[in-house]
Design a protein around this ligand. Structure first.
Ligand SMILES: Nc1ncnc2c1ncn2[C@@H]1O[C@H](COP(=O)(O)OP(=O)(O)OP(=O)(O)O)[C@@H](O)[C@H]1O
Ligand SMILES: [Mg+2]
Length: 446
């Protein structure tokens, strides 16, 4: 993406300083807008385009730091480059403590300033990363409602039940609840109730004494106890077998339990956050889940809508994942074609955010240039609504295979050349070929 179109705000009470900076930026092809004070800047309308703020720390009235704070609390995300004078050290220290990273000392070197500005606006995805603390991305009203609920419930000690389809972000939400609670300095202990064989689940939860059962060769502290003063996240809580449900209920109601093989009652202060993609109410009706436990868990339910019911989250998620995987793979991808975005927004994502993330990861690997290359025809040909997630994953493997085969054919089977074409390392291509069972002998078979 070109940096043209980016807007640089310059706030400095010294007219010659701010006009000097603005002139420099304009001569580099950037748009600049000047303000004589923080108040003036706050009052002005701001664009949603990529922007950055060159800010004098030492301003009369609202100083640079006050302005930074006001912007942060009004949720305005704009990277700031502070200009500091030699006398501004205490203010600079405060700014650093507040998270500021860019400082230039006056008189500012033209080239340094330009570099700093270009750096701030060069990655269209960078802001997305910074904006989303804890990596919870989403702009839709549905998602914002979930965030609001999280903020309300997190600081309380209430049990939270997170309900949603697979891949909707339930675990991420559990983590956010813990991180926003007073317990954040303590453990968040996690247990996936579906991943542990029934026979072992009880001792995983409550621990055991040495010799409690055959094979209990040492004492073991259970997760409920490990999470004391912290949070216990029970994933797939619907999979807790009926015989353990009363024990969990007791933890919820009395905050007490016994280790296996012990009669000593242990008191804990453990907050429970649980999640499931199963319909607990139906399970209650079928009598596979205890009604009293259900009511005790259901005090504060959070329904996480599937991705297809919050399509507005797709573009920011796409940008976020592109940035994440491009960074990880050391590639530069700065364009997502509008028709690609449209197709991704129309897909119904049965595997929700996890599926989207996988698709973008593959696309980043397979993009030869700086434009994201998603084989959109794969989505279109399935026409959206009916395909299962299994099929999607399947087609993606198939299309990845096709793309690799084509690159190899076009390179006459020379792996290094094909890797270059695909924009990936030779070793990566080799391992992909192994995974997808592509051999050079197949190349010219059909
Ligand atoms: N709002 C979001 N922003 C960014 N990434 C997200 C968001 N929600 C989920 N993800 C990512 O999607 C993936 C799936 O999320 P998570 O594991 O929390 O889902 P889940 O609901 O627990 O799924 P399952 O029911 O299969 O256990 C993770 O990689 C997670 O980081
Ligand atoms: Mg999960």
């Amino acid at each position: 993406m070109s940096d043209k179109g980016a807007l640089v705000y310059v706030v400095d009470d010294d007219v010659s300083a701010r006009e000097g900076v603005a002139g420099l930026l304009r001569s580099a092809g950037l748009m600049a807008k000047t303000f004589a004070s923080g108040e003036e800047f706050l009052a002005a309308p701001r664009t949603k385009a990529k922007s950055c703020l060159v800010l004098d720390v030492n301003l009369p009235g609202l100083n640079g730091l006050d302005l930074q704070q006001k912007l942060a609390s009004s949720d305005t995300q704009v990277p700031i480059i502070f200009l500091t004078g030699h006398g501004d050290i205490p203010m600079t220290v405060r700014a650093v403590k507040a998270g500021a990273v860019n400082f230039l000392t006056k008189p500012v070197d033209d080239e340094e300033l330009l570099n700093a500005v270009l750096h701030c606006i060069s990655s269209p995805f960078e802001d997305e990363l910074d904006q989303n603390q804890g990596n919870m991305i989403g702009e839709s009203e549905e998602f914002k409602a979930v965030l609001k609920t999280i903020q309300v419930v997190a600081p309380t000690d209430a049990t939270v039940l997170i309900l949603g389809e697979t891949g909707t972000g339930k675990e991420l939400i559990a983590r956010a609840i813990h991180d926003l609670s007073v317990r954040r300095g303590r453990n968040m202990v996690k247990l996936n109730c579906a991943a542990i064989p029934t026979g072992l689940l009880e001792s995983e939860l409550f621990g055991h004494e040495k010799g409690a059962f055959t094979g209990a060769i040492a004492q073991k502290i259970g997760r409920v106890e490990l999470a004391d003063k912290g949070t216990l996240f029970l994933d797939e809580v619907g999979d807790i077998p009926p015989e353990l449900q009363p024990k969990l209920l007791r933890v919820l109601q009395e905050q007490e339990f016994e280790r296996l093989g012990s009669t000593r009652t242990i008191q804990v202060d453990t907050r429970l956050v649980v999640a499931t993609n199963r319909n607990l109410e139906a399970m209650v009706n079928e009598r596979t889940f205890r009604e009293d436990l259900y009511y005790r868990l259901n005090i504060f339910p959070i329904h996480v809508p599937p991705l297809r019911e919050r399509l507005g989250d797709i573009p920011p998620l796409v940008n976020f994942f592109v940035s994440k995987y491009a960074k990880r793979m050391r590639k530069r991808i700065d364009r997502v074609p509008p028709e690609t975005m449209r197709t991704l927004t129309q897909w119904h994502w049965p595997g929700n955010i996890r599926e989207l993330e996988n698709v973008i990861e593959r696309a980043v690997i397979l993009s030869p240039g700086t434009t994201l290359n998603v084989p959109v025809s794969e989505f279109r040909s399935r026409g959206g609504i009916s395909a299962s997630s299994q099929e999607t994953i399947h087609t993606f493997a198939a299309s990845e295979r096709e793309i690799i085969l084509r690159a190899l054919r076009e390179s006459n089977g020379v792996i290094a050349a094909a890797a270059m074409k695909l924009g990936i390392k030779r070793t990566t291509l080799n391992s992909k070929m192994r995974k997808l069972q592509i051999s050079r002998s197949q190349l010219f078979a059909n």
